[in-house]
Design a binder for this molecule. Sequence first.
Ligand code: ADP
Ligand code: MG
Length: 324
Amino acid sequence: MVSSPRSSGPVPRAAESPPLETQPNESGGGPGELRSGGDAPRPTVPDRAREALPAPATKRPEDGESRGSARREAEVAISTREYRLFYGHLLALKGIDIDIPGHSVTAIIGPSGCGKSTLLRSFNRMNDLIAGVRTEGTIRVGSIDVFDSSTDVVELRRRVGMVFQRPNPFPKSIFENVVFGLRALGLKDRGDLEARAEASLRRAALWDEVKDRLRRSALQLSGGQQQRLCIARCLAVEPEVILMDEPASALDPTATAKIEELILHLKSRYTIVVVTHNMQQAARVSDRTAFMLAGELIEYDRTKQLFTRPSQKLTEDYITGRFG
Ligand code: ADP
Ligand code: MG
């Protein structure tokens, strides 16, 4: 399922459809179970949060861009209203209302099985590929009404790209991986493809490492490089939103640091929503954090606020390690 070639202006439009269908279902696990904190004394300051936040002297990631992005952040990139999702009889998302600002990073945290991936996949209708899924409520991505019958899902997925937990390059050359989506929409000009491949690889902080071996198999790259290649493939079709589902959890610390650095870099151009079970990572990379529990959005706030002065007791219990 690839989009047919179109000639709608200079910017090619395509979706990364094949990788979408080859994704394993990464869900698994039942609904998040509350584990009691036992007799442990209740900390006054969230311990995990303290670990999670950078030392005070450290420059906050958003400092450099705060003014520029603050204005654009005012625009809501993704919003959901009373959004529910059923897997057959299982109500996996129980009425989610969230407004995610543009040009910023939102982290989604919460215990395994709470619905993080399901919510993420909803933003570009990846759940359509799962039999028995039914939804209620609305999701808007920019001006697109995601579930409207007139919505072009291929175009939606071009605008809302996705990066998965396990890097999933195709068994093709590095170059062919990057230009895959561009070819799918009919772009043929060699020079154009090369220019776009280079731009995407540069933007994904991979160019210098691969520029001399673009014709070699992508499968020869390290895990971290493969993940940045998948990001480059996603960037090539010029998305507005990038969804990342635990993008670094299969990577070593060095490769993880590169992905985190890249996320911070990309947010000036894109709206990024990243699922992570690593609270330190959420604190390092995100402007806002959404805490989910058992299919509900418990709290969504500025990351610093949520980790230091959460408004909900459940959030505090989670970030202080009382469950999850
Ligand atoms: P998380 O990403 O937070 O770990 P998921 O979104 O994967 O959670 O899962 C939320 C709930 O939906 C869980 O109870 C999970 O078992 C269930 N679930 C996820 N994917 C499927 C599926 N394809 N079919 C049926 N149930 C699913
Ligand atoms: Mg998940």
